[in-house]
Design a protein around this ligand. Sequence first.
Ligand code: ADP
Ligand code: MG
Length: 237
Amino acid sequence: MQSLLEVEDVSVAFGAHKALDGVRITAQRGHITGLIGPNGAGKSTLFDVICGLRRPGSGSVRLNGENITRLGPAQRARRGMARTFQGLELFGRLSVRDNLLVAAEMGRNPRGAGQLVDGVIERAQLGAYADRLADSLPTGVGRQVEVARALTTRPDLILLDEPAAGQDPEETERFAGILRRVAEDDVAVLLVEHDMELVMSVCDQVHVLDLGAIITSGPPDEVRRHSAVLDAYLGAS
Ligand code: ADP
Ligand code: MG
């Protein structure tokens, strides 16, 4: 089966420092794919390469079989890619619903934006917060709104950079359910996350990055037993 996303042999250097070195990962529709590794491993840099914010020194990125390595972020977004960032970036003085509407109206079908937003709010279980100002939300809920906002573009691939940071255990559990439903809609979810319990419980496949290189890839159970994974985390703490 062809993967929706295929990253091949990607390398990125910042001066003499190799942030990524020959990285190969894939992500499939209908699956949640985890990308884990200690701080500084290169996870956010890899996201930048995938979404077009950084051109790799070498290697390629394919979406649906198309080589998109030389395309910019807007062109990739039009081909069905969406991303959230590590820092919260909502319009604080707008309601949750208006935050989503702004994004939906920039999308492919502005006239259907209201309906689309209603559907996303329901799927993301944000109904109770729809009229709240984004400023007034607990951090964990704000993260969920960010994911919901990315969904209003109807992506085929969604990249989530530490979406559970700041969530309490109850929010995280609800969030896991939301992620599963997103994937069930035939979306490929690529998840960078420090919460190991969340990663191991929702992911179908996990890639482990350490010092810019993939040290192992596989189903959660396999990856959890891999000694290099334990070393990477123990080494980091
Ligand atoms: P992660 O998201 O896994 O914590 P990053 O991708 O943010 O890691 O960073 C990977 C490495 O690249 C780190 O050593 C970091 O200091 C370095 N780095 C990231 N961005 C830049 C940049 N713009 N300029 C120089 N070095 C950078
Ligand atoms: Mg990061």
